[in-house]
Design a protein. Structure first.
Ligand SMILES: *Cc1c(COP(=O)(O)O)cnc(C)c1O
Length: 368
């Protein structure tokens, strides 16, 4: 089967060998190329079945959507405004667009998903707000990166900086500490910038830091959060949280105009009830992190192998000789090498410990 071409991602020669065929279903071995290879977690599946009963009002005017929004407000301990979008590209792009005029700019890392993997959607939905990219060799943004881009020019010819976006955890699987987020937020306040957080794997960051969602966001100075549901165990869906309700003005129209208002909204809002009220959101994040740590520990013990980045969330970036990577491909493992040439492995709620152990054993055997 041909692998899908993914913009910016070097596509390896993927091979999918069916393990067995059962009742007409082709069962293939679990892969860790991405955390969105995973299916829907049981808590979400269960609540979707409940939401499927009967008929309810459309376009979000229903009890499931109210309850999901209230679950967010309870979890975050604040009266935030909550919106639902189909995916992270839409959530990020619309959130950033809502914070900008077309002549404004958004400061981000050169590793940021908004820069590398959203096909220009942030610029498109903001009618031209430019991304100002910090050209550093690390995925985290630091106050000095922000200050440099925000203060290097102040003339009319430069797109006026208005927002900073950080990814928590980063695209390289690293986690900003609360102190780092607060320092960024302080810099933003001082420079008159808003702070947006791309939390496609927000749950993994909460699990990694052992902090509350409030501590990592509004209490640290984050204005708007995109909270990822898809990689956390949903089929589809991200939530956009505005901690300052004034910033949410007109956002419902923005979602509708961008094709992000689900008519059968309950099927993208009820899943959040399943994740948040059961605590599955955090358990799922923790499981992904634990799986990554299990693999990382085995890798670091092998001479000749190393981690490209510290495995602080649910990602492992393996740096290994090309012979090892090719050997892994031959053994049927799928992975991307689009960040720095190493092999990326990502773990979701469903990562099977035996399969993680098998990957580790294959890596060890190839490196020996
Ligand atoms: C997966 C991901 C997103 C969302 O991607 P979509 O494919 O648009 O859902 C956003 N940011 C980061 C860092 C991601 O990894």
């Amino acid at each position: 089967m041909a692998a899908p071409a993914i913009s910016g991602h070097a596509t390896p020669p993927f091979r999918t060998e069916p393990l067995y065929v059962q009742k007409g279903l082709i069962i293939v071995a679990q892969q860790f190329a991405s955390d969105n290879y995973a299916g829907i977690c049981p808590e979400v599946w269960d609540v979707m079945q409940q939401a499927n009963a009967g008929s309810v009002p459309a376009y979000g005017d229903d009890e499931w959507t109210n309850r999901a929004s209230d679950s967010f407000r309870t979890l975050f301990g604040t009266q935030c405004e909550v919106f639902f979008a189909f995916n992270g590209t839409a959530a990020n792009s619309l959130a950033l667009a809502s914070l900008c005029q077309s002549y404004n700019s958004v400061i981000c890392s050169s590793f940021a998903h908004v820069e590398t993997d959203e096909c220009g959607a942030p610029e498109f939905f903001s009618n031209g707000s430019k991304l100002l990219v910090a050209r550093t060799d690390h995925a985290k943004l630091f106050p000095e990166d922000i200050r440099a881009l925000a203060t290097c020019r102040s003339d009319i010819h430069y797109p006026k900086p208005k927002v900073v976006t950080i990814t928590q955890p980063t695209e390289t699987g690293e986690v900003y500490s609360l102190a780092e987020i607060r320092a960024i937020a302080d810099t933003c306040r001082e420079l008159g910038l808003r702070l947006h957080m791309d939390g496609a794997r927000f749950a993994n960051a909460c699990a990694a830091l052992g902090c509350t969602p409030a501590e990592m966001t509004w209490q640290a100075g984050v204005d708007v959060l995109c909270f990822g549901g898809t990689k956390n165990g949903m089929a589809v869906g991200e939530a956009i949280l505005f901690f300052d309700p004034a910033l949410a003005e007109g956002f419902d129209y923005r979602c509708k105009q961008a094709g992000q208002l689900a008519s059968k909204m309950r099927f993208i809002s009820a899943p959040w009830v399943g994740l948040l009220e059961s605590g599955a959101w955090l358990r799922n994040g923790q499981h992904g992190n634990d799986s990554a740590r299990a693999l990382a520990e085995r890798i670091t013990a092998v001479p000749g192998l190393s981690l490209m980045f510290p495995a602080q969330a649910n990602a492992v970036f393996l740096k290994a000789p090309e012979t090892v990577l090719e050997g892994l491909r031959e053994r049927g493992w799928r992975f991307y090498t689009f960040i720095g040439g190493g092999a990326r492995f990502m773990f979701a709620w469903d990562a099977a410990p035996e399969r993680v152990a098998q990957l580790a054993a294959d890596i060890e055997a190839l490196a020996a």
